[in-house]
Design a protein around this ligand. Sequence first.
Ligand code: CA
Length: 233
Amino acid sequence: MHRTVDCVTPQILVVEDEPEMAALLVRGLQEEGYAVTVAGNGIDAMTLAGAASFDAAVLDVMLPGMSGFELCRRLREKSTGIAIMLLTARDALDDRVRGLDAGADDYLTKPFEFAELAARLRALRRRDLIGASRIDVGGLHIDMTRHAISAGGTPLRLSRTEFELLRLLAENHTRILPRAEIIDTIWGAAAYIDANIVDQYVRYVRKKLDSVGSPVSIVAVRGVGFQLIADGQ
Ligand code: CA
C-alpha cells in the first residue's frame, strides 16, 4: 500500500459507539489536521474501510456486535499500512495483549487525555517519513514503498509496529540497538511506554521469522538491547 506524505491531509477512521466520546474525538482530531470519518460499529467501519483508504484508525474495544479486537484484526488483514490505535476500557494486561495480537500498533486506556492520543498518533505517523526505501540484510528484504517484508523469499505478515521494529533492527544491523533507542524511535512518547513492550514485540517478530525459517535472527544482548544477525555471521 502506498503511504501518504505529510503534505496530504491524513485520513483517520474513528470507531466509537458512544456519541459524546465520538464527538470529542472528531473535534480533537480535526483540530490536529486529520480528515475524520466516524463509524458506530465494526460492520459500518469495514464498509467504510472498503470504500476509502485510511492512514490511521482509532478503535474503541467495547463496540456493539463485532468487538474492537475483531475489527482490528480484520482491518489489519486488509491493510498492513494503516496505523491502528485501540481504546481499552481498563488497564487490563489481557486487553493489551489481545490488542497487540490483533495487530494494533498502540493502545490507550480510557479515560485518557486527548493530548496523549494526539501525541501517540503523531509518533505513529512520523515513522512513515523516515528511513530508506529498501533495506536488504542477509536474506531479509524490506520494501518501504510497498510496506512489504520477506525473509528468505517468503513474505511476512507483520503488524505495523512489528514491521517498524524489524525495519529499525535491519537499518542498524551492524550494532546493538539499546532498548531505550528502540522505544524512542518507535513509540516516540517514551514516558508513556512500559519497557517490557519491546520484549513483547521482539517475541512476536521472532515467532513470525521462525515460522518462515528466516535466515536472520534477533539476538538479545543482556542489559543492552537487541541486534539483528544474519545466519552464518
Ligand atoms: Ca464503546
